[in-house]
Design a protein around this ligand. Structure first.
Ligand SMILES: [Zn+2]
Length: 184
């Protein structure tokens, strides 16, 4: 959508010639797959919550941590417990999700933002979408994490874009160096 609106700028010759026709075409065009993953700039409160997610990561089996915030407050935390629980699916985001469910607040997922020290893997991003969370903030990207630890090379954006029923706002790169510094 954004790309086509740039093409429709007032100084574009095609716009001048085909103005009315191209506007009608744009209106009729199906919503782009991009609409399911909206890249969003960081907000003022993001660093505060990310520091808490990174503090979780610092205590984790593998250095990944997550915080779920609702209404400007921390509602649940999680850190990777893959070794402690012998559960390879015990990623920080999964533990935070399970903790929120355990305290009976799963109805609030649509109001929640999840902060995670590492970009969600496809499993966690799938879980985030199934829970109905609308905003994801991550520190280190999958590309950056791949330089430290094995990753499934599919971005959170790609997972969101493949989901026709949900739109997720994604903000990446908040305190990524702090997150990466936990890998030795
Ligand atoms: Zn994961």
């Amino acid at each position: 959508m954004r790309r086509s609106s740039r093409r429709c700028g007032p100084h574009n010759r095609r716009q001048a010639i085909f103005g009315a026709a191209s506007m009608a075409l744009a209106a009729a065009a199906p919503r782009s797959a991009e609409a399911r993953a909206v890249a969003e700039p960081p907000r003022a409160e993001d660093e505060k919550f990310m520091r808490l997610a990174i503090a979780e990561a610092a205590q984790a089996d593998f250095p990944f941590g997550a915080v779920i915030a609702i209404g400007g407050e921390v509602a649940a935390k999680g850190r990777n417990l893959g070794k402690t629980t012998h559960d390879p699916t015990a990623h920080g985001e999964m533990i935070a999700i399970r903790n929120l469910v355990m305290i009976g607040r799963s109805a609030e997922f649509p109001k929640a933002t999840i902060y995670t020290s590492g970009e969600p893997c496809p499993m966690c991003m799938g879980a985030i979408i199934w829970c109905g969370m609308k905003r994801v903030v991550f520190a280190a990207s999958i590309d950056e994490l791949s330089t430290r630890i094995g990753q499934i090379r599919l971005t959170s954006r790609a997972v969101a874009e493949a989901t026709p029923f949900e739109t997720v706002a994604i903000t990446g790169g908040v305190l990524s160096q702090e997150s990466l510094s936990l890998f030795r």
